[in-house]
Design a protein around this ligand. Structure first.
Ligand code: C2O
Ligand code: CU
Length: 532
């Protein structure tokens, strides 16, 4: 339980005074040495005043405007289980006994009524990644709801206001890097695309239950920082030049399992350092490349592929051997169609593509970017040998269209308007000290960056770290610059600045965070709060 601190009280006072300078205290030396326990005013957490409550009347009114329609009832159990990844079994946590969890499919306008039963040994929650939903259903413990205790259940109930490719996962610690994820597909009754078949493809990096590893142990290992590597800058370029750093500088093992800290993973596409964690496996739809899922179709079929990166620390470069991809959507929103041979997905991102199937058996390969490993699924429309597990189709090195090169479909273009407010979020910290943060300030659920309903808000992400970050905003979709695509998750390369705009039209308290689960959990998260 959080207790109010002088810092949060002061922050609230500043906000109430209309300065909006909620970060005024960040970096203040006198605050850093503060003994929080001495500021304890009681045992009930007190949110800063002057902000809308996640379950307040404004949130209910916004939900009513979505005119919630017929109920789509689902029940889901988060449980400890044993999963077969294809010749390799792991003890893990998942939704039911499958990986990914059973896809939830509904129609825009439906009310999703999903009961989550928590059979895990830890509290959990469900976050609906990418949805502009009512704030008290957003699934962030300590901010929008209380965590769902072991043995308890929680009823999620909200209107689905937009079609598209989404997914859900817990917002509790590093649980998402276990098997706790599943697709959420919201269909459009007026679907403008025409296709014969649809294939949902979920990518994931896997460590849980392998030789005793758990995501919690990986987090504990990373949180110690690079210890023996002291004096060395965490720069992708430096590290890339030093493969095989071992010996005295070798990372120590986590609490359980072998060491999983990754150094020297370099990717030009990601501007240097590709990731922090050496996940032993990479999966497509819960399967190892040696036992891939096979999707069957007929030659000439038009197939809509919905790609979702559910990984914890891995960007995937994806290509379908022998085929071009026509990009139709990213993060649920349509784009002006563009053809490409490969796509790069940061954690949390989605792309929908159309392909016209050729005759044969083709690898859908997901290269763990900068990590020299691949995941595989197979498209089969005819005879021929199945692709080899480690095949790297030439298309992986072909034309690659990035989000920055796409344009929003005119139907979802954010109307031009200059921002009423700019929120500066400098991405700070590094792997050396595991001090990932925004503006040098690690996550504090009582901190708010204020916004006001009706404003056009610009988020300016300035990446001062030596690593790329997939930044994610809850409850809204932002627009990339220059009529760029509408997205909820976007890659910010090291040294780069990305400014994205959104309309503050969904009242509440909303997370902004890096979707690298280990960066988020060591501090790179914060909260946008709608002012009362
Ligand atoms: Cu996938 Cu806070 O989100
Ligand atoms: Cu990050």
């Amino acid at each position: 339980m959080r207790t109010p601190t002088r810092r949060t009280v002061l922050a609230a006072a500043l906000a109430a005074a209309g300065t909006g300078l909620l970060t005024a205290c960040s970096g203040s030396g006198s605050m850093k040495g503060m003994d929080h326990s001495s500021m304890n005013h009681g045992s009930t957490p007190t949110a800063p005043t002057g902000y809308l409550a996640p379950n307040g009347p404004e949130v209910a009114a916004a939900e009513a405007r979505r005119s919630p329609g017929p109920e789509r009832k689902v029940s889901l159990t988060a449980t400890e289980t044993t999963l077969d990844l294809g010749g390799r079994t792991v003890r893990t946590w998942a939704y039911g006994d499958r990986l990914p969890g059973q896809e939830v499919r509904a129609t825009v306008g439906d009310t999703l009524a999903l009961t989550l039963a928590n059979h895990l040994p830890q509290p959990t929650s469900l976050h609906w990644h990418g949805l502009a939903l009512r704030n008290d259903m957003d699934g962030v413990p300590g901010l929008t709801q209380a965590a769902v205790k072991p043995g308890a259940s929680f009823d999620y109930r909200f209107a689905l206001s937009r079609p598209g490719t989404y997914w859900f996962h817990p917002h509790s610690g590093v649980q998402q890097d276990r098997g706790l994820y599943a697709p959420l597909i919201v269909e459009d009754p007026k679907e403008p695309l025409r296709y014969d078949k649809e294939w949902v493809v979920v990518l994931d990096d896997w460590v849980d239950g392998v030789d005793g590893s758990t995501p919690d142990a990986v987090l504990a290992e990373l949180a110690k920082g690079m210890g023996g590597m002291a004096g060395m800058d965490h720069s992708g370029h430096d590290m890339a030049g030093m493969p095989g750093t071992g010996g005295a500088g070798a990372p120590s093992a986590g609490a359980t399992g072998p060491a999983r800290m990754l150094m020297g993973a370099a990717s030009p596409l990601l501007g240097g350092d590709a990731g922090d964690v050496a996940h032993p496996f990479h999966l497509v739809n819960g399967r190892l490349a040696t036992a891939p899922e096979t999707f069957t179709a007929k030659p000439g079929d038009r197939i809509r592929i919905r790609l979702i990166n559910a990984g914890g620390d891995t960007a995937y470069r994806v290509a379908l051997g022998g085929h071009e991809l026509t990009v139709t959507h990213t993060d649920g929103f349509p784009v002006e169609q563009a053809t490409t041979q490969a796509l790069l997905l940061g954690m949390g991102e989605r792309y929908d593509v159309l392909v016209t199937a050729k005759d044969g058996a083709f690898p859908l390969t997901a290269l763990a970017e900068g990590k020299n490993a691949t995941a595989l699924a197979v498209l089969r429309t005819g005879g021929g040998a199945a692709p080899d597990a480690s095949v790297r189709p030439a298309e992986l090195d072909g034309k690659l269209v990035t989000a920055a090169q796409l344009k929003a479909d005119p139907s979802v273009r954010l109307p031009a308007k200059s921002p009423d407010r700019t929120v500066q979020l400098e991405l700070t910290g590094g792997m050396a000290k595991a001090d990932w943060a925004f503006n040098g300030r690690p996550y504090d659920p009582a901190q708010r960056y204020p916004v006001a309903a009706g404003e056009r808000v610009r988020l300016e992400f300035r990446n001062s770290t030596a690593m790329w970050h997939p930044v994610h905003l809850h409850g809204h979709s932002f627009a990339l610059p220059g009529d760029g695509p509408r997205k909820d998750t976007a890659i910010v390369l090291p040294g780069a600045t990305l400014a994205v705009d959104f309309d503050a039209d969904n009242p509440g308290l909303w997370m902004v965070h890096c979707h690298n689960i280990y960066h988020a959990e060591t501090g790179m998260m914060t909260v946008l709060g709608y002012r009362a």
